[in-house]
Design a binder for this molecule. Structure first.
Ligand SMILES: *[C@@H]1O[C@H](CO)[C@@H](O)[C@H](O)[C@H]1NC(C)=O
Ligand SMILES: *[C@@H]1O[C@H](CO)[C@@H](O)[C@H](O)[C@H]1NC(C)=O
Ligand SMILES: *[C@@H]1O[C@H](CO)[C@@H](O)[C@H](O)[C@H]1NC(C)=O
Ligand SMILES: [Zn+2]
Length: 582
């Protein structure tokens, strides 16, 4: 809030000239004093008042009020048996733990990793680009490997290569669970092939890991879910609740041909809010933190916004240039943007706030100052600010869990060394904090250009069709702001007190350890779930693989531990059993 300019109406209007006599002069000096002293005193009073109200306001913000109704780090107990047949559950899980199953699982994983289902950034549409054909092989492989899934369950193929599986439950009144994953993998660049310990599509098994592209992102998820389904079908199990699986095929290039169509088909056939629970890959892992074992499922994702900035200026011969060419102006814009990054901000709306509360509550080795300040931030905005500052300086990954990021990732301009560039552009990638919206990012950049660039250069600014600045034809040129592609708002935050969450986290503890702490976490990237927001409030991103058992997703030597993979199959199986709870 800006202070208003001092108000001079304390003096009567229409005074005589202050210099007409000595007496008058003395009087006038007093008046002058009043003129200055009173406004100064008033201003100081206003500033003090603002400071005091600000301090008093700390902790009474509605965001803070809202959070205080929940425990700082909600924990729910490990589930025991949900089907009512403990022995059956144990027999199935024992079988999954057997050596025989392990050996078969190694083969199933190897076969899946050996099919290079790469999705490329410049991929054309399905049907128009032959590079999609590899998914025919992958589908044939799945059909051969999981014969009961393919013969007993309903399978459909949204947009040709999507896979949607429906396993009808006995009780149609229960909302289904949906298990998600993606069939595609990040391509292996030719130049990196020689750096792999084992060739990326050999799927070598060294008695510990399966090595290869897609081993941990996320053929293990697809195969793990299907192994759970197939094993239960072998035992003639029929769930109470309908279970579905949906596997896209272009998650690594944003999912608009795969997951988008799967979500659309589900919304058309089942309707909005028709799923009890959706589980996809993701989360921040299963690992030791602050002296305890933590499981960190993702309950929300940042937004995404690419903004294109184009500078158009008059061309001409570069022997008689203006002081700043289009490239020069664009450079100043980029500098101005980079000089003003977003600031870290940690509010209870952010799932990371809860991750930290869990660390403070259950992590014995957390630094005592940090623990105290995190706990204090439950009711104090000022404490929360200290935590945000401390953590963002500590580690860059932590920082971007608490603020919008901005990165100038593309730049283009100039065609000839002796010609002034007429059109140059840069594109800025933003990952939007959970408290913000795409509109805030647009406004921020528009205001920055108005305040800094239009004041310096006589130009017009066309910000998403809203034109300001110097629009005359004699102006230096124009700056255009527009969306580079479809932006994405931050996801809704899935609840961590719903029945679905209790079942989901109760299954985690049942599988990984009763004493494990489940801490809701926040993701800086996006999964295919971005198309599924309408289908369920309970969307959880969680790859059920311990951190020790997975490495190097998206880079050389990607791998997954088989022991950990088996544990993941048990998790999926257990979650299906626990779906029987009513
Ligand atoms: C155009 O931008 C100005 C800020 O420069 C803003 O106040 C105004 O609301 C915008 N108009 C529209 C139609 O968006
Ligand atoms: C627009 O820019 C031209 C060229 O610099 C200048 O002559 C003119 O006065 C400017 N008009 C306004 C409204 O600022
Ligand atoms: C969700 O529903 C809204 C309202 O019907 C619709 O506009 C939107 O496109 C849907 N979102 C997705 C991701 O399909
Ligand atoms: Zn993935």
């Amino acid at each position: 809030m800006a202070l208003k300019a001092p108000n001079y109406t304390l003096l009567p209007q229409g005074e005589t000239d202050p210099l007409t006599s000595t007496r008058q002069r003395t009087q006038v000096n007093w008046r002058r004093l009043y003129q200055w002293a009173i406004p100064v005193i008033l201003s100081i009073a206003v500033i003090l008042a603002l400071i005091i109200t600000n301090i008093a306001h700390t902790g009474t913000d509605s965001d803070w009020d809202h959070h205080s109704s929940l425990p700082a780090c909600p924990q729910y107990p490990a589930l025991v048996s949900s089907t009512g047949n403990k022995k059956f559950e144990k027999d199935v899980l024992d079988e999954i733990s057997s050596e025989g199953f392990f050996g078969k699982s190694v083969k199933r994983m190897q076969g899946a990793v050996q099919i290079p289902t790469e999705s490329f950034d410049d991929m054309g549409k399905v049907g128009a680009d032959d590079r999609w054909n590899i998914f025919v092989d992958f589908h044939a492989y799945l059909e051969k490997t999981f014969p009961l899934v393919y013969s007993k369950l309903e399978i459909s193929h949204p947009n040709t290569y999507g896979i949607l599986i429906e396993w009808k439950g006995k009780d149609e009144s229960l909302k289904p669970y949906l298990f998600m994953g993606h069939q595609d993998v990040v391509p292996v660049p030719k130049v990196t092939e020689s750096r792999w310990k084992y060739p990326p599509y050999s799927a070598h098994y060294d008695d510990r890991f399966i090595w290869g592209r897609g081993a941990s992102d996320c053929k293990n998820v697809v195969i793990g879910v299907l192994e759970a389904f197939e094993t239960l079908l072998e035992k003639d199990y029929i769930p109470e609740r309908t279970m579905m699986a949906g596997f896209g095929f272009d998650e690594e290039i944003s999912g608009w041909q795969g997951a988008f169509y799967i979500a659309k088909q589900l919304e058309d056939t089942k309707g909005k809010d028709s799923f009890e629970l959706i589980i996809d890959e993701g989360g921040l892992g299963i690992k030791e933190m602050y002296g305890s074992m933590f499981v960190l499922p993702g309950v929300g994702e940042k937004g995404y916004h690419d903004i294109k900035i184009t500078v158009e200026t008059a061309g001409g011969h570069s022997s008689v240039p203006p002081d700043h060419s289009g490239i020069g102006i664009l450079s100043q814009i980029v500098s101005a943007i980079e000089a003003k990054p977003y600031a870290p901000n940690l509010t209870p709306i952010n799932p990371y706030f809860t991750t930290l509360q869990c660390g403070a509550e259950y992590g014995p080795s957390m630094d005592s100052w940090l623990r105290k300040t995190i706990k204090k931030s439950l009711t104090s905005k000022a404490a929360s600010k200290k935590v945000a500052e401390y953590l963002s300086n500590d580690n860059i990954n932590q920082r971007y869990l608490m603020q919008t990021s901005q990165a100038v990732d593309l730049i283009n301009g100039g065609v000839k060394i002796n010609a002034l560039p007429e059109r140059v552009f840069a594109v800025i990638n933003h990952r939007i904090a959970v408290e913000s919206r795409t509109k805030d990012v647009r406004e921020n950049i528009q205001t920055l250009l108005q305040d800094q660039i239009l004041k310096k250069f006589s130009m017009s600014l066309n910000a998403w069709g809203n034109v300001s600045g110097n629009t005359s034809s004699s102006a230096v040129g124009q700056v255009i702001l527009e969306d580079f592609d479809e932006p994405l708002e931050p996801s809704p935050v899935s609840p961590f007190d719903s029945e679905a969450y209790k079942t989901f986290t109760g299954t985690i503890k049942q599988t990984f350890g009763e004493d494990y702490i489940v801490a809701p976490s926040f993701m800086t990237g996006n999964t295919d779930t971005k198309y599924f927001w309408n289908l369920s409030k309970n969307i959880y991103r969680f790859s059920p693989v311990r951190d020790d058992g997975r490495a190097n997703a998206h880079t050389v030597d990607e791998r997954v531990g088989m022991k950990e993979h088996i544990e993941g199959v048990k998790f999926y199986t257990q979650l299906i059993f626990n779906g029987d709870r009513k």
